[in-house]
Write a protein that binds this ligand. Structure first.
Ligand code: PEP
Length: 255
């Protein structure tokens, strides 16, 4: 039985003192959570501090990116082993902000994904169309090419370590959420594409998260849709008062 996942992408927020406080609040308020996997993804600088708080708890540590090489002259990058030494289990890959501001492409997402898998980490692979692409009727086409690019050469067995996040770029940090119908339609489409390539069992077991202005007020309606297996949360994950209710919603839906 797959668990719902609620993942928080802290982006470039929280120094170590703030990170410590937020991680502590989330941990304390989620001790009763059983049916939902909780992941928090602080900036690299706060990973160790947050790991000290959450290890052994219900809260799992994730990172926001990772380089594919094991070591070397790659100023500013971090490797799988470095992240593992901080207690990281999940790595977000291909977030639209990485694609938009840092030249991430489907090809580099694929390289990072291979390295994540080779090192025994798990990935949250982000895909999503821009507003322009949606308005041009190209949402599915864009997502198909992001999915096939990210998963090029990836074997079916690897999907137990992969989560997909559908994050329409026009809904990230804008307050505009995809309607539950819009989200469900794309999620079902992604699952269908995975099914075509990897078969029914892999597609059904795959968790597909929705991301884009998820908050306590819209979480229930979104997470009730059959192909939504959780959420990747940005803005609302920066306060325990808004992140924890989303987790509790997922938990209630599971029960
Ligand atoms: C994100 O960046 O992954 C995200 C979903 O952000 P927000 O919830 O703020 O739209």
């Amino acid at each position: 039985m797959k668990k719902m996942m609620i993942a928080g992408n802290w982006k470039m927020h929280n120094d170590n003192a703030q990170a410590l406080q937020l991680a502590n609040q989330i941990k304390i308020k989620t001790t009763a959570v059983k049916a939902t996997e909780i992941v928090i993804c602080p900036p690299y600088t706060a990973l160790s501090v947050v790991n000290d708080v959450v290890k052994g708890s219900n809260v799992v540590l994730g990172a926001q990116n990772m380089f594919w090489e094991a070591q070397g002259a790659y100023t500013g990058e971090v490797s799988a082993a470095m992240l593992q030494s901080c207690g990281v289990q999940y790595v977000i890959l291909g977030h639209s902000e990485r694609r938009q501001y840092f030249g991430e492409t489907d090809e580099t997402v694929n390289k990072r994904l291979r390295a994540v898998l080779e090192n025994g980490l798990k990935a949250i692979v982000c895909v999503g169309e821009t507003l322009e692409e949606r308005e041009a009727g190209r949402a599915r086409e864009v997502i198909d090419s992001q999915v096939s690019g990210a998963f090029a050469g990836i074997e079916a067995a690897a999907f137990s370590s992969i989560v997909v996040a559908y994050e329409p770029v026009w809904a990230i940090g804008t307050g505009k959420t995809a309607s539950p119908d819009q989200a469900q339609e794309i999620h079902a489409h992604i699952r269908g594409q995975i099914e075509k390539q990897y078969g029914h069992d892999v597609a059904m077991a795959l968790r597909i998260l929705y991301g884009g202005s998820v908050k306590p007020a819209n979480a229930r309606e979104l997470l009730s849709r059959p192909d939504l297996d959780g959420a990747l949360v940005g803005g609302a994950c920066l306060k325990a008062e808004t992140f924890v209710p989303i987790i509790q919603t997922a938990e209630e839906l599971a029960g």
